[in-house]
Design a protein around this ligand. Structure first.
Ligand code: FAD
Ligand code: SIN
Length: 547
């Protein structure tokens, strides 16, 4: 047996990885949970608006399902949507039972309130159905789960450990049907690479929005899980559907500062510099139109009027109301000199969410036996061509539960694992010019923003494809000659996800949901997923399916 063997190796300490670890440990399974920064650093920690769930009597599953399907522009899988929406109330109960404190209301603060929790409204939702912990829902959920994980003896946590690649039976040259058997992991504190073998492995590595220059995401969102699964032989789907959040603070020093959609849900207005509201000209739902429409409208108005930003204004609401609902957004904006109680704040769209990812079924299984994927890295069929606001944390929670059930039922506990060779560093040296990696990061993120952004054309996409080919070659050369570092590993993964995004975008000859191209502005009658199959797709693949 390999020295570092575990029953389940979970890569990623966001809400998907934390909740899955807990559920597995609570059913007696030994888990190793690795995270490339501090345990919970990732998008989950910064989630603001909340979690969508039907919790009010005047709301219904049918309505949540319909809103999700409408946002998804014909590409959601109905079965997945039904499953996740109908399991949402149980997922919220599980969080509450585990100590998560959501914002409560003393009396009905709005018409139709019969839940003890305050439910906010976000774009594309036809009811108030977003349960939240003030405006820092992610922090409340992630830190509560983190404390439980740290106290759980069945879970070993390894922070500052970055997974490099999955190890499969095929890579080891074994005759058995292909399956995932472990992963190579770089300890970023000691710069040593080790092996962890496992009965089952789970990718919970989050999205890939760091492939864009402007993003609401933290530095961890470099698409590592998607790139690792692709290299290991899994199919990847719908990568062209990159969600841009309409309202990030526009300020040279404010990196990734989101202003929640809940601000618009509670009455916030989008304005041009002269104070004119413009959203009604773009959609009947105005500021609460689905996110793709709001982001595109802002992009249009900025280009039309030659603006650096538009403005978001909630200052017409009483100060007490703003401070009660948005204390963190207030504080964060104040740091940059903007008082949201007094004035409109400048906002721009930024890359926010990766709707595509590793194809999984409703148990979180990928095409590779023993390999699961949950959370933003996966593509379950829930989001289709555009994710409905606050459906992401929900997907993390419901799919972690579904995967935990499948893993528990199938985890063999045989402790037999094939001998895995140590990481070979005999032919590499220390990097000669680290500037190459930094420069390539910057170049990639810039051309993705310029050529693969909110409005696309074939010409722009082809330009991006050409640059990606050059970068791939340079990185391949660098990777084979020099010792690995987290920057190099992330760059390699970013180029892979950028490549997959551009391939999917070039193949989609229509505009649908988040993919808008001037060459094909119409939406085709029949909706089809983009599915890319790797050349090493296993002959006996699980062939997971959404149906
Ligand atoms: P993450 O939370 O991103 O966690 C990924 C984890 O994987 C991290 O621990 C990271 O370090 C680790 N990791 C990655 N690669 C490796 C590797 N190679 N080796 C080891 N570890 C690795 N969604 C909602 O539903 N409601 C909201 O209100 C909401 N607000 C948001 C606000 C912001 C600012 C952002 C950025 C996103 C928001 N979202 C929201 C989206 C949502 O937060 C994410 O989609 C969700 O949290 C993803 O969770 P995850 O567990 O899949 O990934
Ligand atoms: C927000 O609070 O606006 C983000 C919600 C989401 O991304 O689902």
């Amino acid at each position: 047996m390999n020295k570092n063997h575990t029953e389940v190796l979970i890569i990623g300490g966001g809400v998907a990885g934390l909740s899955l670890s807990l559920r597995l440990a609570q059913s007696g399974i030994k888990v190793t949970l690795i995270s490339k920064e501090e345990l919970t650093e990732g998008s989950s920690l910064y989630a603001q608006g909340g979690i969508a769930a039907v919790l009010n009597k005047e709301d219904s599953f049918a309505s949540h399902i319909e809103d999700t399907l409408t946002a998804g522009a014909g590409l959601c899988n109905r079965q997945t949507v039904g499953y996740i929406v109908e399991n949402a109330p149980d997922a919220i109960d599980w969080l509450v039972d585990n100590g998560v404190e959501f914002t409560v209301i003393d009396g009905p603060e709005y018409d139709g309130a019969d839940s003890k929790y305050h439910l906010t409204r976000e774009g594309g939702h036809s009811h108030r159905r977003v349960i939240h912990a003030q405006d820092a829902t992610g922090r409340e959920v992630a830190t509560t789960l983190e404390n439980l994980v740290r106290a759980e003896p069945g879970i070993t946590t390894l922070e500052h450990h970055i997974a490099i690649d999955l190890i499969t039976a095929q890579k080891l040259g074994l005759a058995s049907p292909d399956r995932a058997v472990g992963a190579y992991i770089l300890d970023t504190k000691t710069s040593k690479v080790g092996v962890i073998s496992a009965e089952s492995l789970v990718l919970a590595t989050g999205g890939a929005s760091k492939s864009y220059l402007y993003t609401s995401n933290p530095d961890t969102s470099t698409g590592d899980g998607i790139a690792m699964a692709w290299r290991a032989g899994c199919r990847i789907s719908n990568m062209e559907f990159v969600q841009f959040h309409p309202t990030c603070l526009y300020h040279p020093q404010a990196k990734s500062l989101l202003i929640s959609e809940a601000v618009r849900g509670e009455g916030g207005r989008l304005l041009l510099p002269d104070g004119t509201r413009f959203m009604k000209q773009h959609h009947e739902l105005g500021e609460l139109a689905p996110r793709d429409i709001v982001a595109r409208a802002i992009d249009y108005e900025m280009k039309l009027h030659g603006l650096d930003s538009v403005f978001l204004d909630i200052s017409h609401k009483p100060k007490d109301f703003i401070l009660e609902h948005f204390p963190n957004i207030y504080k964060n904006c104040m740091q940059y000199g903007f008082d949201i109680c007094q004035e409109p704040v400048p906002v721009v769209p930024a890359a926010h969410y990766t709707c595509g990812g590793v194809v999984t079924d409703l148990q979180g299984r990928t095409d590779l036996t023993n390999l699961y994927c949950v959370g933003e890295a996966s593509c379950t069929g829930l989001h289709g061509a555009n994710r409905l606001a606050s459906n992401s944390l929900l997907e993390c929670l419901v799919m972690a539960d579904a995967s935990a059930k499948h893993i528990s039922a199938n985890c063999t506990k045989t402790k037999i694992s094939p001998a895995i060779p140590e990481w070979d560093e005999s032919r590499v040296t220390d990097p000669d010019e680290r500037i190459v990696v930094a420069h390539n990061w910057d170049e990639l993120r810039r051309f993705m923003w310029d050529y693969v952004g909110i409005v696309r054309t074939d010409k722009r996409l082809e330009r991006a494809a050409h640059r990606i080919d050059l970068l791939k070659e340079e990185i391949r050369d660098y990777y084979s000659n020099f010792k690995v570092s987290s920057d190099l590993l992330e760059l390699r993964n970013l180029v892979t996800v950028a490549d997959l995004t551009v391939q999917c975008a070039l193949n989609r000859r229509e505009s649908r949901g988040l993919h808008y191209t001037l060459n094909y502005p119409k939406t085709k009658r029949i909706a089809r997923d983009s599915v890319i199959v790797p050349t090493n797709y296993p002959a006996h693949a699980n062939m997971v399916s959404w149906d």
